[in-house]
Design a protein around this ligand. Sequence first.
Ligand code: APR
Ligand code: ZN
Length: 226
Amino acid sequence: MSVVVLTGAGISAESGVPTFRDSDGLWEGHDPMTVATPEAYAADPDLVHRFYDERRAALSRVRPNAAHQALARLEQALGDDLLLVTQNVDDLHERAGSERVLHMHGRLAAAWCTACDARHEWHGPLAHRPPCPDCGSRSLRPDVVWFGEIPYEMDRIERALEACDLFVAIGTSGTVYPAAAFVHWAQGDTLELNLDASLGADGFGRARQGPATELVPAWVDELLSR
Ligand code: APR
Ligand code: ZN
């Protein structure tokens, strides 16, 4: 049985990671959505670096929750028959034990050198423009996919969706493409697990509403007991 799981900000909400859309406040007077663009970075790189430096630093203050852990358990059972795709830039899936996570929107814990194209594991800040460990250029940016940029590994994701028996979307609002279209590309059964019915909920064969820490472990138990 081959399964594709897509996770969004909702799976990390109960760990205390602030989502983009559910957060009510502004960040230093800016809508976070306007910080996550190449245009914002070109216009004010210091501002964008500070935003991501804060989010990267915040990772050490949060822990994976029961939903992340349940998906790690699913990977143990299914191995290569599970493709776990996340839109999240946090590292909570990895810290829960998932070993093969596809971060389609990149990762906070990585820096990308726009001079030599190298990618590096990165846990500290970037705002002070540290040199690239490979080429020395001070051209490191967060290795995250901004609005207007193309998500990572779309070919692989599309192939997996076309071949899967089951596609499950967890904690995602269904507002950001291409992820919002995955349910239409999926060949097999489709299931949404979300706090409330997402914008795209009608496109799924089945949908369950509730907190991820309850719905995801219950669903994994069900699947593994079959
Ligand atoms: N359990 C389950 N779902 C939850 C929970 C929870 N505890 N808390 C919130 N949710 C749901 C919300 O109801 C909402 O539908 O998670 C969804 C979060 O939606 P968004 O904040 O829009 O996050 P996401 O869908 O991941 O956003 C996609 O947009 O901001 C960009 O690149 C960023 O990857 C992100 C992308
Ligand atoms: Zn470099």
